[in-house]
Design a protein around this ligand. Structure first.
Ligand SMILES: Nc1ncnc2c1ncn2[C@@H]1O[C@H](COP(=O)(O)OP(=O)(O)O)[C@@H](O)[C@H]1O
Ligand SMILES: [Mg+2]
Length: 576
């Protein structure tokens, strides 16, 4: 935290200085007030004759002090906010930068909902903590101890009374702090849960409606929300009881001061003005303590949030970059690769051996969940292998600089994610600064040109959030165009043409073969029609290679392949 605060320490110090001035004004006032009452009104020093002139001068001085104190208070506010907002801004940027370095396993572990809460709500809590710290800490400590000191100076007996009440108040506060801290931790976790559901349900609202799952999702959200409300109410209840308790203690002190004061006035050892000032100081003290309570409430919340933010900031990138930045030719080798997802337990891939020569087209097929996507994810090193090695051009992927490696492997993922920009920009996204000609060429190969030109503004047509305005096949073709525009030596399509009709798909692969004959192409697919023309077809079965060969070879030798072939024979053959 210090690292972030250090940059704005000047503002914090200025804020602190103004705060000290503001509180000093507050502390001087009751003393002046007691002089106005005793000397000006009652004339205690003058045998009972008041002094109008003194009342006037002291009154003007008091107004001046109030105005000056108010100005200091405002300036304190301004500088505090400058410091706190800037610190929050820096932390938020750093968090975002850190999240961008996260590996796939780290993303899996944190979860999107939690990361969103941490970067938004948690950082806001930290900001509040900081401004309260700069404003509140100084104000409350000065007000509490200053009032106590002024009171002691005015009348030691009153001072001692307040001092006796102090340990009681601290005990009440300590009790509440101890109870509330775990509640705040729970509160933020529940907020994570709500954000996660919110995100899932809002982006998946079409599925929810299609499956008529509104009631279920409402109940799920309701449950999460009720839990949050419950915790919040417990916290508020706790503090609702704390404030009156502290108040009660302080008013007992006020009564005692009045009692002791009346005896002292009768004995002639004190004056009514002093009693008045003492009561004002006690109220100020009470205010200080109550603010301290609020401060502690926010501190426990802020600290809980800061810990969550720190967890993000301290997450080291898990995949270390290697030194290799060499341009790729596209030879890929999986050498006895086994892989289990972190925390997943069992091996998703087992003892995979596979070599792909530059320029070859290799198809990977198999039942859903057999590990096809997992296999291709290992090549750009989205995950590190558990055993064995993945080599590109004979060099282990762990030896590569990640950006250099991924920059040369264009991948169209199974789930096509688009961004809320124009269609053309979405394609150019794969290659910043791509020319319109390149965009159009990539779109043409991806068989996306026709439908793009039919949209109202062509390449300028905006894509709705997550590509909602497009059909599945249109989205897939845009993701493919986005991958193709990079003209990478290695191309990976993870089930990226599954939503296309066979004819369009065949045209796409023809155009692809013509456009990038020298690129290594890895195509994950389910349909025989898609894979039959590949140089090599890999049949995966529960994480193992069941067979590998050309279409004709597999038809002769592989039982599983023949079964798939037979089951799909009825389907339309691609038009050549
Ligand atoms: N991010 C992940 N974390 C944990 N397990 C995963 C993850 N992604 C996939 N799996 C599991 O790995 C197995 C293979 O998944 P996948 O490679 O996506 O199959 P497919 O062949 O359909 O592409 C599945 O059993 C799936 O549950
Ligand atoms: Mg898959």
């Amino acid at each position: 935290m210090l690292k972030y605060v250090r940059k704005y320490v000047l503002f914090a110090l200025l804020a602190a200085a103004f705060m000290v001035s503001e509180v000093s004004m507050d502390l001087i006032q009751p003393t002046i007030m007691s002089r106005i009452v005793d000397e000006g009104v009652l004339g205690t020093a003058n045998g009972g004759v008041g002094d109008l002139h003194l009342i006037l001068t002291l009154g003007i001085r008091m107004i001046g002090l109030v105005l000056f104190g108010g100005l200091c208070g405002s300036l304190n506010n301004v500088f505090t906010h400058i410091a706190a907002q800037n610190v929050g801004n820096d932390i938020r940027k750093d968090c975002f930068r850190r999240i961008m370095t996260f590996s796939f396993p780290q993303m899996d572990r944190f979860g999107t909902g939690s990361l969103v809460t941490r970067v938004t709500n948690d950082i806001t809590q930290v900001q509040t903590l900081l401004s309260l710290f700069v404003r509140g800490m100084i104000r409350t400590t000065m007000l509490t101890f200053g009032s106590m000191y002024c009171m002691y100076r005015l009348n030691p007996a009153f001072g001692r009374l307040v001092l006796c009440a102090f340990p009681l108040i601290v005990a009440v506060m300590a009790f509440c702090m101890k109870r509330s801290t775990p509640m705040f931790v729970r509160l933020q976790a529940q907020l994570d849960g709500i954000n996660a559901i919110m995100q899932e349900d809002v982006s998946g609202i079409r599925v929810i409606k299609a499956c008529v799952r509104e009631a279920y999702e409402k109940a799920r959200f309701g449950k999460a929300n009720d839990a949050l409300t419950g915790t919040q109410l417990s916290v508020l209840t706790l503090f609702a009881f704390m404030n009156p308790t502290v108040n009660a203690i302080m008013y007992v002190v006020v009564s005692l001061i009045l009692l002791a004061g009346s005896h002292q006035v009768q004995a002639g050892t004190t004056t009514p003005g002093v009693i008045m000032a003492a009561i004002t100081y006690t109220t100020q003290l009470l205010n200080g303590v109550l603010m301290l309570v609020m401060l502690f409430q926010n501190i426990s919340r802020g600290v809980a949030s800061w810990k969550r933010v720190r967890e993000v900031l301290r997450s080291e990138p898990e995949l270390r970059d290697g030194p290799c930045k060499a341009p790729l030719r596209g030879r890929i080798e999986l050498r006895d690769v086994s892989f289990a997802y972190p925390g997943g337990g069992h091996n998703v891939l087992e003892h995979i051996n596979l070599t792909i020569e530059p320029g070859e087209t290799v198809a990977v097929m198999g039942a859903t969940g057999c590990g096809k996507s997992t296999l291709v994810r290992l090549i750009p090193r989205f995950y590190d292998v558990t055993e064995g090695a993945v080599l590109v051009d004979g060099v282990d992927v762990r030896e590569y600089d990640q950006q250099a490696l991924r920059g040369q492997i264009a991948i169209a993922l199974q789930k096509s994610e688009l961004f809320t920009e124009g269609i053309g920009e979405n394609i150019a996204w794969g290659k910043p600064g791509a020319s319109q000609e390149e965009i159009e060429q990539a779109a043409a190969v991806a068989q996306a040109e026709k439908f793009i030109l039919r949209t109202p503004y062509g390449y300028e047509t905006p894509v709705a959030e997550r590509g909602m305005s497009l059909s599945g096949g249109q989205k897939q073709r845009l993701s493919i165009a986005r991958a193709l525009i990079r003209r990478a030596p290695v191309l990976i399509f993870d089930d990226a043409t599954s939503a296309l009709d066979l004819a369009t798909e065949a045209r796409l692969y023809d155009a692809l073969a013509e456009m990038a004959p020298q690129s290594t192409k890895i195509i994950v697919a389910q349909r025989i029609a898609t894979v039959r023309r590949a140089d090599k077809i890999v049949v995966l079965e529960r994480g193992r290679i069941a067979a590998c060969g050309s279409h004709e070879e597999l038809l002769r030798t592989c039982e599983t392949y023949r079964e798939i072939y037979d089951s799909q024979m009825g389907e339309e053959e691609p038009h050549e």
